[in-house]
Design a protein around this ligand. Structure first.
Ligand code: ATP
Length: 285
């Protein structure tokens, strides 16, 4: 391979997963370049979590293959798991450990020498603004704190590629800024971050490479500017790619919805207010 063509961080071929007769991921191909900040975006149910779960070895595909920095996820799982960090959706943690104990324990599982694991844990807790809660049990952590301790756990072994499923969901703006700073520093060192999100503004401001998914397929992927094309924002390009205009128009059929009783007058099932549109507190009895 030419020196100016670095190996893909993630190489996906014909990846497919069905649940019953529904294809959650419908045979996707994807090459994620190394050293990028990558956003996987798509509407609810697009298949983002299913894709990330298969890429990280948490869910077995029906067919297709995934390589991470040249290692097959299903044939070479140990090599892959040593190279990746994962913050999955609905992260399960050891709830009865404190944040610091959790990181030190995971460090031991990863084979990191105790002193080094403690050093890294202390630094991560500090940078992620969790030092004050390091002795608190994880079960007592808030949603945002859980995301941050999950991120610390995913970074502890200094992985080459980090996968984050909705890392900013439930996180306040200050913590989001902290997480962002950590991730930017991490990608500046040449590592790759792949994260899923619905928040286009966030993806646009953080990512230099995006993949847009809808109904189990990749609709567009590549450098941010290319995917955005002539659209003024990624948000607008996204709406066009996933056909959201049609779905928005479908809302027109909710002609009864308006928060008032007046629209119920001729249905025969309403409040019997008749032509009087004045709201009545007695429920029309
Ligand atoms: N374990 C499962 N059993 C049955 N159907 C599933 C399962 N997991 C996912 N699906 C279905 O697969 C489709 C893709 O789901 P997935 O969670 O991957 O989407 P997503 O893009 O992550 O959505 P969201 O943004 O809402 O989290 C959905 O229609 C979902 O209902």
């Amino acid at each position: 391979m030419a020196p100016d063509a670095p190996a893909a961080a993630v190489r996906v071929r014909a990846l497919r997963k069905t649940f019953g007769d529904q294809a959650a991921v419908d045979g996707i191909d994807l090459d994620v370049p190394a050293g990028r900040f990558v956003g996987l975006v798509g509407p609810n149910g697009a298949g983002k979590t299913t894709t990330l779960s298969m890429i990280t070895g948490l869910l077995r595909p029906d067919s297709g293959s995934v390589e991470i920095v040249g290692h097959d996820v299903w044939r070479d799982p140990v090599a892959v798991k040593a190279r990746i960090g994962v913050l999955p959706e609905g992260l399960r943690l050891f709830e009865r450990l404190s944040g610091r104990e959790l990181l030190c324990y995971l460090g031991a599982l990863r084979g990191i020498p105790t002193a080094e694991a403690e050093r890294r844990a202390a630094q991560l807790l500090d940078v992620l603004d969790l030092a004050g809660a390091q002795n608190k049990l994880v079960v007592d952590y808030s949603t945002g704190m859980r995301k941050k301790i999950g991120l610390a756990a995913a970074l502890l072994h200094n992985p080459e590629v980090l996968f984050l499923d909705e890392p900013f969901e439930g996180v306040d703006p200050v913590s989001a800024q902290t997480i962002r700073g950590v991730l930017e520093r991490y990608t500046d060192s040449g590592a790759t971050v792949v994260f899923s999100s619905h928040v286009m503004e966030l993806v646009e401001s953080l990512c230099d490479w995006v993949a847009v998914m809808a109904t189990g397929r990749i609709r567009a992927h590549g450098p941010l500017a290319e995917v955005r094309g002539d659209a003024p924002t990624l948000h607008e390009a996204f709406l066009e790619l996933v056909g959201a205009g049609e779905r928005a128009a479908a809302g027109d059929s909710l002609d009864w919805l308006g928060g008032g009783a007046a629209t119920n007058t001729d249905t025969g099932t309403g409040t019997a207010n008749g032509a009087d549109s004045t709201p009545r507190k007695d429920g029309g009895r």
